[in-house]
Design a protein. Structure first.
Length: 140
């Protein structure tokens, strides 16, 4: 499987995970909703990095993955930096779900879960917008 097919597969999984996060949120399964939301963002970012570099990132930290986008899209660096700075606490909280789902006895409230699932959606849309604007500016 070439990496472009892998990119589409990973993006498809990301989309399904985000949809499932929203479904679990509606069912009151808040811990699972935030876990799936974090995984959706992580996978989407890794798919973009794979497409642009040909290599799969090994990090699990969303802010590190966003940092890789700064290198891939240097002309969008300020926009990426501003987005990360404006949402620093949400990024940290979303990253914490990765660890807490595995190693901690942490339960999420409905409001926390809703905020993090919505933020995951926002991050993916932000990155998608960067991809689209980059593709529009690329020479044929």
């Amino acid at each position: 499987m070439n990496h472009l097919k892998e990119v589409e597969l990973i993006k498809k999984r990301s989309k399904i995970m985000l949809e499932d996060a929203k479904e679990e949120l509606s069912k009151g399964h808040y811990d699972l909703a935030v876990f799936l939301a974090e995984q959706a963002v992580q996978l989407y970012l890794k798919a973009v990095i794979l497409r642009e570099t040909g290599t799969m990132s090994r990090t699990h930290t969303i802010r590190d993955l966003m940092g890789a986008l700064r290198v891939i899209y240097p002309h969008k660096m300020k926009k990426i930096d501003d987005f990360v700075k404006q949402n620093r606490s949400l990024f940290i909280r979303l990253e914490e779900t990765y660890i807490s789902s595995r190693y901690l006895f942490r339960e999420y409230t409905k409001d926390e879960a809703k905020e993090l699932v919505e933020f995951a959606d926002e991050v993916i849309k932000f990155v998608r917008d960067i991809e689209v604007s980059n593709a529009a500016n690329e020479p044929p």
